[in-house]
Design a protein around this ligand. Structure first.
Ligand SMILES: Cc1cc2nc3c(=O)[nH]c(=O)nc-3n(C[C@H](O)[C@H](O)[C@H](O)COP(=O)(O)OP(=O)(O)OC[C@H]3O[C@@H](n4cnc5c(N)ncnc54)[C@H](O)[C@@H]3O)c2cc1C
Length: 391
């Protein structure tokens, strides 16, 4: 026996749950199907940094909107997201000053509170950091990080309160199509029918799209994070730092820890089977990330390593997502491939997806820039001024 819905959402990460919340809030009968449990995938392992620094206006606007939701989460969604406003500092090479200045001006135009900062300013904002030479830097006082697991489970609960049905332990194994239109899906828990199916499966995005006969350029890539206990005298939290010179980001973590990850385009080559990969951090990564951290934050030479973990980025060729109906008119939508920077955009993406599915004429965030056809047309998303993979 099939269960009938207006919309089926596959995937219980931030994108699926934020979209379920939006669509249920607009009165649709929504089923969200998650093969494991809500937030069990990469969303729950996200570093969950919420910065607004982007090199194109659409993503900057999306980050700005989403920050407002994280700041007012209980009122706008309901429940907790664990937002911690510790500030965000971006440090790039002096050669990137012109690009950074242009990006900051664009972001200010969007309404984002951000400014270029000097070496003296950085010494005040984060006294432990070593800044020896001229560089390009910007600071966002309103940014920080959230608790990703709390955020996604709060979204799921809020969607449930609005009437969405959430099925955990429910893996989609087939997508039913007839005359080019989606009819529903097959799962280990039976059949679900709907004229609209959304593929919000992140690193599994290409795999799930294949069930509908759609090819997507999304690679599941293994990425690692390490954790260090700050030494005596450095217990106080520091801002989130994106350090493009050392190709790392780091942020405070509960318990006097500092969490470190890479900002490295090479991570796109670490393609793995998303269901079978090592979730442990390697010794080599701890050593390498620790050395890069010490380059910027010398006192961390006295820190204690407390391990780390690995999870997945869903990487596309231009490090931007695919948000599109594939093929047009089929009712099968894709919202996957956020390439390591999707968490902070989740609230805006939920809105974007709901507007796309409902055919809203003047959406708050148009999805055209993220159409799947851009790759074949050789029209990747590019910022006007880019440094590394800032997005
Ligand atoms: C270590 C790490 C650090 C990060 N740091 C940041 C950061 O600081 N800031 C930021 O903005 N972003 C960050 N990101 C990226 C961000 O976390 C992701 O872009 C975002 O969480 C992706 O969410 P999603 O909903 O698209 O996918 P996911 O969280 O991957 O959710 C997809 C879900 O689909 C389910 N699924 C798969 N196949 C099926 C199926 N057949 N049937 C049913 N369910 C299925 C999976 O089990 C999974 O739960 C980071 C990511 C990682 C891994």
């Amino acid at each position: 026996m099939s269960q009938n819905f207006d919309v089926i959402i596959i995937g219980g990460g931030i994108m699926g749950c934020a979209t379920a919340f939006q669509l249920a809030g607009r009165g649709l009968k929504v089923a969200l199907l998650e093969k494991k449990s809500i937030g069990d995938g990469p969303t729950g392992k996200s570093s969950a940094i919420i910065r607004q620094h982007y090199s194109n206006e659409l993503t900057a606007r999306m980050a700005y909107h989403s920050l407002h939701v994280f700041q007012n989460f209980d009122e706008m969604v309901g429940g907790e997201c664990g937002f911690n406003r510790c500030g965000f500092l971006l440090v790039a090479a002096g050669a990137d000053k012109a690009g950074l200045t242009a990006n900051v001006a664009m972001q200010q135009g969007v309404g984002i509170e951000t400014a270029l900062v000097s070496t003296d300013d950085i010494h005040e904002l984060a006294p432990g950091l070593k800044i020896e030479h001229d560089l390009a830097a910007a600071y966002e006082p309103q940014s920080g990080y959230a608790d990703p697991y709390l955020t996604v489970t709060s979204y799921a609960q809020a969607a449930r309160r609005l009437g969405a049905k959430i099925y955990q332990g429910t893996q989609v194994t087939a997508v039913h199509m007839a005359q080019g239109k989606v009819q529903g899906v097959e799962t280990n828990n039976g059949r679900f029918s709907a004229p609209i199916v959304l593929n919000c499966t992140g690193a599994w995005g290409a795999q799930v799209a294949q069930l509908a006969g759609v090819e997507l350029p999304i690679d599941p890539c293994r990425v690692q994070v390490s954790l260090f206990r700050r030494p005596a005298g450095h217990e106080a939290a520091h801002p989130v730092v994106a350090d493009f010179e050392n190709a790392i980001y780091f942020r405070p973590e509960t318990g006097g820890l500092t969490l470190v990850g890479l900002i490295d385009p090479q991570e796109a080559h670490a393609i793995v089977d998303p269901d079978h990969f090592s979730e442990n951090v390697s010794d080599a990564f701890v050593l390498d990330s620790g050395e890069r951290l010490v380059n910027r934050y010398p006192a961390m030479a006295q820190s204690q390593s407390v391990g780390g973990y690995a999870s997945l980025y869903a990487i596309t060729p231009d490090w931007h997502p695919i948000v599109d109906e594939c093929p047009p008119g089929s009712g099968f939508y894709v919202c996957s491939g956020f390439s390591g920077h999707g968490f902070k955009l989740g609230p805006a993406v939920g809105r974007m997806m709901a507007d796309l599915v409902l055919g809203v004429e003047q959406p708050l965030f148009a999805a055209d820039m993220f159409r799947n056809g851009r790759f074949a047309a050789n029209e990747p998303v590019r910022g006007q001024y880019e440094y590394s993979i800032v997005g």
